[in-house]
Design a protein around this ligand. Sequence first.
Ligand code: SAH
Length: 398
Amino acid sequence: MNVVKLELARGLGRHLRAGHPWVFRKALEHVPKIPPGCVVDLTENGKFVARGYYDPHSAIAVRVLTRDAREAVDAAFITRRVRQALAGRQALIDLTDTDSYRLIHGEGDGLPGVVVDLYAGWAVMKLYSAGLTPYRPLILEALKAGVPGLKGVIGRDEVGRDDVDEDEGRGSGKMLYGHEAPEQIAIRERGATFLVDAWRGQKTGFFLDQRENRYLIRRLAKGRDVLNCFSFSGGFSVNAALGGANSVFSVDLDPDAIALARENFTRNGLPAEKHDFLAADVFKIIQSFKEEGRTFDLIILDPPAFAKSQRAVQAAIDGYASLNRQALGILRPGGLLATASCSARVSPLDFMGAVREASFKAGVDLALVEERYQPPDHPVRLQFPEGKYLKFYVLQSV
Ligand code: SAH
């Protein structure tokens, strides 16, 4: 194997030895002229530290694949990692009446930059680095061998984005294997049905990471007037209605997502005409509800990631505080606020701080009734705290 050696800047070997998988370009002594996907050995004083793949375009120049100097990065390696991710996946998650979940979760599965979601037999593969392109056929073969009943694989590359968890990008897919997937795939999630636009929809077409939280909302919604902000295709909304909500108001900026939300109500035998669907800006809608004096007894906030860079973290925390404060202004006494953050750079503690500030400024005392993170098909490596990106808190106005 022809491996390029790259010397790390002084003192930077430690975090790699501890298991962190990223090497930023500025952490390299010299930036080499090598093609995307080239296998590199990172060294400190000439001594091996870790092996990974190179990306000439991303700020993350190397993503680590192994810390074992004897482990070659070849077809057998990719097969092993994919197999490891697939093994026992189903045992970890509750798949009652559910046919869709994440098969491979990037860094959390030792395959940095690789995301594969399964939708009712179709897999959607998204590669978040140009350095992964040479490995695409190997990952595809491993999926074909390892996923029973696989109907096909749609490829959706998102080269140039480092934040796997924060991607809301839309792109168009390509059939890489198997039967042509339908325009919209009908999936099952805890007995509910959703249409997923795996070809073009946000992320890979659906936000599988909120599966358990959507189910929780089904349990909490009974008899309540629900406002679902940033509803996308109505995942939380359908669950609220299935759980016996009195009314559900869904708001999202994306008109395609709102159309899909309405369609998803009908698919689940729910009368769409009894509920509200609006393509609009959440911030403006909350403001106008405030002016009208319209209130709700369950408000769901699941906004897109606010902090897209390290520099934007404080602004993101302030953004969460302000959004949650606005929502509390239209929450009935005794009502529930279900609030989420998917910004990897905003820690659980910081997010809770933002909600606390919102509570204080809105003059609404809150009790935490549920504190949740992402489900086990989105595993978090302890050495990679950025991987614990999804926070979901349910609070009651007291
Ligand atoms: N809760 C959803 C996922 C939400 S993703 C689920 O369970 O499936 C975030 C959504 O916020 C996206 O659909 C995006 O279109 C929407 N969005 C972003 N900015 C917005 C804004 N200012 N007002 C309303 N929606 C917005």
